[in-house]
Design a protein around this ligand. Structure first.
Ligand code: BTN
Length: 261
């Protein structure tokens, strides 16, 4: 069982606004976080569970996790960020994860907008949901799922070849509390960059770890598919894809790479 007191005690004193709430089991940490917000306008809350039964992924996908092996949590907060910068939040969460795992000598890469990949397989994902009032974000739930000590063999056949866990890649168990604390401490610093309008810092850090930069990619958007060269991200966190000298800024899509340059 995850030791939530250890997590709470490990938070930097510069991040006192996070209060961790542990649930042995729930449907989805994102859903519970929104319930807390709706009921009591709670903010600065980290909802953590050891057994997420109906994890939600992007594009209405299901998110699988193994009880007491994965990390599944959601951070509910009310940042002072304009709505058109919301796309930087999942990128910041990805950077926080990269920085955390680098401290354990594990190098992961980020696939726009928010996949965490290790050795070309999916190690984690981020589901960022925001509510907006008069052009400003009124509340955000940043949900993170990371495969830590998971035995990937137990996952459904359709996904187990595409995903991995830290344990599978390195044949040892990891301290989930330590990883969670470090992600939260890193995240708060990155959110402050966005609040202070230092968007460049997020862009620069993301581009260091971003996959497929300079590659030909196909972006499946709600309005069709765009193919072109992935040129990076702008200060809103949108992907920049160039085709015949024309650059499209894309805020939501599934990226596929034809070939990596
Ligand atoms: C994705 O890659 O599709 C995003 C997956 C996000 C999963 C996490 S697990 C914790 C939080 N609660 C949820 O229901 N989903 C997110």
């Amino acid at each position: 069982m995850l030791d939530i007191k250890k997590v709470q005690a490990g938070l930097d004193s510069s991040a006192p606004e996070f209060t961790c709430i542990y649930y042995p089991s729930l449907e989805s940490t994102n859903t519970t976080a929104w319930e807390l917000y709706t009921k009591s306008k709670s903010t600065g809350i980290v909802v953590v569970t050891d057994d997420q039964q109906s994890g939600r992924g992007r594009s209405s996908n299901k998110w699988y996790s193994q009880p007491e092996k994965s990390l599944t949590f959601s951070v509910l907060f009310t940042p002072e960020i304009k709505a058109d910068q919301a796309g930087l939040l999942p990128l910041a969460a990805g950077i926080a994860i990269v920085r955390t795992l680098a401290k354990l000598n594990i190098k992961v890469r980020l696939k726009w907008p928010n996949d965490i990949l290790l050795g070309g397989k999916k190690l984690g994902g981020i589901l960022c949901e925001s509510r907006v009032l008069l052009d400003w974000i009124s509340a955000v739930v940043l949900g993170i799922g990371l495969n830590i000590n998971d035995e990937i063999e137990i996952y459904p056949a359709a996904i187990k070849t595409a995903v991995t866990s830290l344990k599978k890649e390195s044949n040892r168990e990891f301290d989930r509390e330590r990883i969670l604390v470090t992600i939260l401490n890193e995240l708060i610093v990155l959110i402050r960059y966005i609040e202070s309008r230092n968007y460049q810092e997020i862009q620069t850090q993301w581009l260091r770890q971003g996959m497929y930069l300079g590659s030909i990619v196909s972006m499946d958007t709600a309005n069709g598919t765009i193919v072109g060269k992935f040129q990076g991200i702008n200060q809103h966190g949108e992907a920049l894809v160039e085709n015949q000298g024309l650059i499209s800024s894309i805020n939501s899509a599934e990226m596929r790479a034809f070939r990596e340059t």
